[in-house]
Ligand binder design. Structure first.
Ligand code: HEM
Length: 403
C-alpha cells in the first residue's frame, strides 16, 4: 500500500467520526429532549444481568429492589423491559385498564400449547371475552349450588377413609380431594366414574409440561413438551368421544362440560368439540393448583393457630345445631369465620405470585410519596400480589396470620 492510500483511509475515517460526532451534537442540541420520567432500572451486568436476577425468583428480586428503588421500577430482560407496579397506589391502572391498553394475550401465550388451539390466549380479545363469559356463566351461583351436592359426596367419601387419628400429608390429601371434585364438577361423570386414572395421568403430563423455561420457549423440543403435546392430543380424543356420545344420546348433565357444550357465541355459533376440550383444560388449570394451594395453607395455618381452628369448629357446630347434617351452598356461605381464614391464607400466599400485561399505550403513575413516572408502551407491566399483600403500610403486622 502506498502512503497516499493510507492517507485516504485516514481521512475517510476522520470524516466519518467527525460526522457522527456532529450529528450527535446536533441531535442533543436541536432535537427535543424526551420529557419522559422513566422508572429507575435494576442494576446488573449488561444484557443478561436483569434476566439472571429475574430467574432467581421474582419475589427475591422484589424484596431486594423495592427498598432501594421504590414501588415502580424496570428490569431489562435481554430484549424486553418489565416494569413492576407494586402496591395499591400504583397498580390501579394494571387492574382497571382495558385490554386495548394493557393486554394479556402476548404475555400469556405460553399457555397455548397446553390449553390448545382456538381458546383463551390463542384467540383475539373479542372471542376471548365471549369464552370468559362461558366460564362466568358456568360458575354462577345457581350453577355452583348444583355442584355443591357432588362436592359433598366426593369429600365425604374421601374423608370417610381417614381414621380418627393419624398423620397425613395435608398437601397431598387436599390436592387429591380437589382433583376428584374437579373431575366430577368440571370434567363430568364419565371421566370421574370410568376414566379418572387415565385422565389424571394425562393432566399430570400436561402439568409437568409447564416448566419455567416453557414461559420463554413454549415450543422448545424437550421431552417434557413432547409428553405435554401427546397428552393434549389424547385428552382431545377422550373428550371428543364423550361430547359426541352426550350429543347423540341427548343427555344433559350438571357440570362445566355441559355448560361449555351448551354455550353459544353472540352470533349463535355453538362451541366446537375442540373448543370445549380447551376450555375445560383451561378451567382445570385455573382451578386446581389455586384451590389446592389455598386450602393447604388454610389447613396449615389452622393447625398452627389453635384459637382460629376452635373458632372455625365452633362455627360449624353452631350451624349443625341450626341445619343438622345438611350442607348446601347457602349453609357454606354462612361460614363467615372459615371464609375469613381462607381469605387471610390467600393474602399471605396468593397462588398467582405475579401477574403480567403487555402495554400498548403510554401511561403514568404517581407513587405514594408523590413521584411521577411515565411507563412507555412496549413495556411488559407486572404486579405481584404475593409481595404487595405484605406491604407494611397497607397491612399491620403483614407477615402474621390474622383472619
Ligand atoms: C383460590 C382459587 C383461585 C385463585 C386464587 C384464582 C386467582 C385468579 C387470578 C389472580 C386471576 C387473574 C389473572 C390475571 O389477571 O392475570 C384469575 C383469573 C381466572 N380464573 Fe382464577 N383463581 C382461583 C380459582 C379459579 C377456579 C376454581 C376457576 C375455574 C374453575 C378459575 C378460573 C379463572 C378464569 C377463567 C380466569 C380468567 C378470567 C379473566 O381474566 O377475566 N379460577 N384467577
Amino acid at each position: 500500500m502506498t502512503g497516499d492510500t493510507d492517507n485516504k483511509f485516514l481521512n475517510v475515517g476522520v470524516l466519518i467520526i467527525a460526522t457522527l460526532l456532529v450529528a450527535k451534537l446536533i441531535s442533543t442540541l436541536i432535537m427535543p429532549r424526551s420529557q419522559k420520567r422513566l422508572p429507575p432500572v435494576i442494576k446488573g451486568w449488561p444484557l443478561i444481568g436483569g434476566l439472571i436476577r429475574f430467574l432467581k425468583g421474582p419475589i427475591v428480586m422484589l424484596r431486594e429492589e423495592y427498598p432501594k428503588l421504590g414501588s415502580v421500577f424496570t428490569v431489562n430482560l435481554v430484549n424486553r423491559k418489565i416494569t413492576f407496579l407494586i402496591g395499591p397506589e400504583v397498580s390501579a391502572h394494571f387492574f382497571k385498564a382495558p385490554e386495548v391498553d394493557l393486554s394479556q394475550q402476548e404475555v400469556y401465550q405460553f399457555n397455548v400449547p397446553t390449553f390448545g388451539p382456538g381458546v383463551v390466549f390463542d384467540v383475539d380479545y373479542s372471542i376471548r371475552q365471549e369464552q370468559f363469559r362461558f366460564f362466568t356463566e358456568a360458575l354462577r351461583v345457581n350453577k355452583l349450588k348444583g355442584y355443591v351436592d357432588q362436592m359433598v359426596v366426593e369429600a365425604e367419601d374421601y374423608f370417610s377413609k381417614w381414621g380418627d387419628s393419624g398423620v397425613v400429608d395435608i398437601k397431598y390429601e387436599l390436592e387429591h380431594v380437589i382433583i376428584l371434585t374437579a373431575s366430577r364438577c368440571l370434567l363430568g361423570r364419565e371421566v370421574r366414574d370410568k376414566l379418572f386414572d387415565d385422565v389424571s395421568a394425562l393432566f399430570h403430563d400436561l402439568d409437568n409440561g409447564m416448566l419455567p423455561i416453557s414461559v420463554l420457549f413454549p415450543y422448545l423440543p424437550i421431552p417434557a413438551h413432547r409428553r405435554r403435546d401427546r397428552a393434549r392430543k389424547k385428552l382431545a380424543d377422550i373428550f371428543a368421544s364423550i361430547i359426541n356420545s352426550r350429543k347423540c344420546a341427548s343427555e344433559s348433565e350438571n357440570d362445566m362440560l355441559q355448560c361449555f357444550i351448551d354455550s353459544k357465541y353472540k352470533d349463535g355459533r355453538p362451541t366446537t368439540e375442540s373448543e370445549v376440550t380447551g376450555l375445560l383444560i383451561a378451567a382445570l388449570f385455573a382451578g386446581q393448583h389455586t384451590s389446592s394451594i389455598t386450602s393447604t395453607w388454610t389447613g396449615a395455618y389452622l393447625l398452627r393457630h389453635n384459637e382460629y381452628l376452635s373458632a372455625v369448629l365452633e362455627e360449624q357446630k353452631n350451624l349443625m345445631k341450626k341445619h343438622g347434617n345438611k350442607v348446601d351452598h347457602d349453609i357454606l356461605s354462612e361460614m363467615d369465620v372459615l371464609y375469613r381464614c381462607i381469605k387471610e391464607a390467600l393474602r399471605l400466599h396468593p397462588p398467582l405470585i405475579m401477574l403480567l400485561r403487555s402495554s400498548h399505550s403510554d401511561f403514568s403513575v404517581t407513587t405514594r410519596d408523590g413521584k411521577e413516572y411515565d411507563i412507555p408502551k412496549g413495556h411488559i407491566v407486572a404486579t405481584s400480589p404475593a409481595f404487595a399483600n405484605r406491604l407494611p403500610h397497607v397491612f399491620k403486622d403483614p407477615d402474621s396470620y390474622d383472619p
